[in-house]
Write a protein that binds this ligand. Structure first.
Ligand code: ZN
Ligand code: ZN
Length: 396
């Protein structure tokens, strides 16, 4: 892949960030989190630092990339001429401070991510920069950009979702009853890797019967019995992007009436929240759609988590969909999960989760003709990336 073609998207991201820095009233932003550096430059190493200047143009000295000698070859290939690149000896923060002092002896305002820079790093930077530089908290500046995906990112997330669906389909062909939760989780990971995933996007959850009442249950060695519900929450990491999906299956025709009723309640809440996904409403309003359905059925106290979260390079990122989410509206290009659940302690648990593109962007249909995944709902302004059916399905 040519560096120029590869960096088209990175240039756009860096320019959007540079413009956003004006609102934070800083001259320069220090980016130090590997995942944010990867998003902005394509660099996949673990030790690098980027300084981005405020303003629209990034030619020449408007941005600087620092890494250490271990990454000399890799950064030349991945970052190339995108930013002025430097192999620093010693601490990257010290080298960055020195460059800033040289570039602007009279000082300026340096933004940093107060959510990740440690207190010790902040103190060190403070000391190295001297009194003329001000340090300004700019947490979330890059994360806000990351929440709105471009078409290439959406295509990668869709690819991860398709791969994850295919992997679970293979695992379910071997049945669930008599195998341990852990065996299913291991098999799922193996299938995802065989199909080309870098790995799972998070440790898979496979929880049967009463164990599924723990929303983040860890798979046990215990064998899965007949006639219970089994919740499987899994995702693939593919091309650097995550997928996330949950399905709940019955392991026989004779699951309890209570379990069946809870399943249908969650399915209804999930369907209503999904139908409300479009650019405009905020995460609190969407959460309320599902929560109202569950509360009216008297199960409000058993839906203890938020409705969903953004998914991208990381499995949990912005925007959040919950009772405590902010006022920011959902935007076209957000990729979020819709995952209500009801958990009855000691009895059963049900969660149903779809991965959804707000606004429905990201190119054509799934193109595999399979399972209705990638379904575009023009009227409601979203596209569902999760392809497996949601009617209660028996897998024994
Ligand atoms: Zn999930
Ligand atoms: Zn999730």
């Amino acid at each position: 892949v040519s560096a120029a073609g590869e960096h088209g998207a990175h240039r756009v991201r860096l320019e959007r960030l540079a413009r956003a820095l004006g609102e934070h009233e800083v001259d320069m932003l220090l980016v130090y989190t590997p995942v944010n550096i990867r998003y902005l430059t394509g660099f996949t190493g673990t030790n690098a630092l980027v300084l981005v200047s405020a303003g629209g143009e990034l030619g020449g000295a408007r941005g600087r990339f620092l890494t250490d000698f271990r990454y000399a070859t890799q950064s030349a290939a991945q970052v190339g001429e995108l930013l002025e690149r430097e192999i620093a000896s010693g601490e990257l923060l010290d080298a960055a401070a020195q460059r800033l002092r040289e570039a602007a002896p009279d000082g300026g305002r340096l933004g940093f991510d107060d959510a990740t820079l440690t207190v010790a790093q902040h103190a060190r930077l403070r000391e190295q920069l001297g009194a003329s530089w001000q340090l300004i908290a700019c947490g979330g500046a890059v994360e806000r950009l990351r929440a709105v995906k471009d078409d290439e990112e959406i295509a990668r997330i869709r690819g991860a979702a398709e791969l994850a669906d295919a992997a679970l389909t293979r695992v379910l062909e071997q049945g669930l009853v008599g195998r341990s939760e852990r065996e299913i989780a291991v098999e799922l990971e193996l299938q995802m890797r065989r199909l080309g995933a870098e790995g799972p996007s998070f440790p898979s959850i496979v929880a049967a019967g009463a164990h599924a009442a723990l929303p983040h249950a860890e798979p046990r060695e215990q064998k899965i019995p007949v006639d219970v519900l089994v919740t499987i929450d899994w995702g693939a990491l593919h091309d650097g992007y995550c997928s996330d999906c949950t399905r709940t299956y019955a392991t026989g025709e004779h699951v309890s009436e209570q379990a069946r009723a809870i399943y249908e309640l969650v399915r209804e809440a999930q369907a209503q929240a999904l139908a409300a996904v479009r650019p405009g409403p905020n995460g609190r309003e969407l959460d309320a759609v599902a929560r109202t359905v569950i509360e009216r059925a008297g199960q409000g106290e058993h839906f203890g988590h938020g409705l969903g979260h953004g998914v991208g390079i990381e499995i949990h990122e912005g925007p959040r969909l919950s009772r405590t989410a902010g006022d920011e509206p959902l935007l076209a290009g957000n990729v979020v999960t819709i995952e209500p659940g009801v958990y009855l302690p000691g009895e059963c648990g049900v969660r149903i989760e779809d991965l959804v593109v707000v606004g429905g962007g990201g190119g054509g249909d799934r193109g595999d003709g399979g399972d209705g995944g990638g379904e575009l709902s023009e009227s409601s302004g979203h596209r569902v990336l999760s392809g497996l059916p949601k009617e209660l399905t028996v897998v024994s």
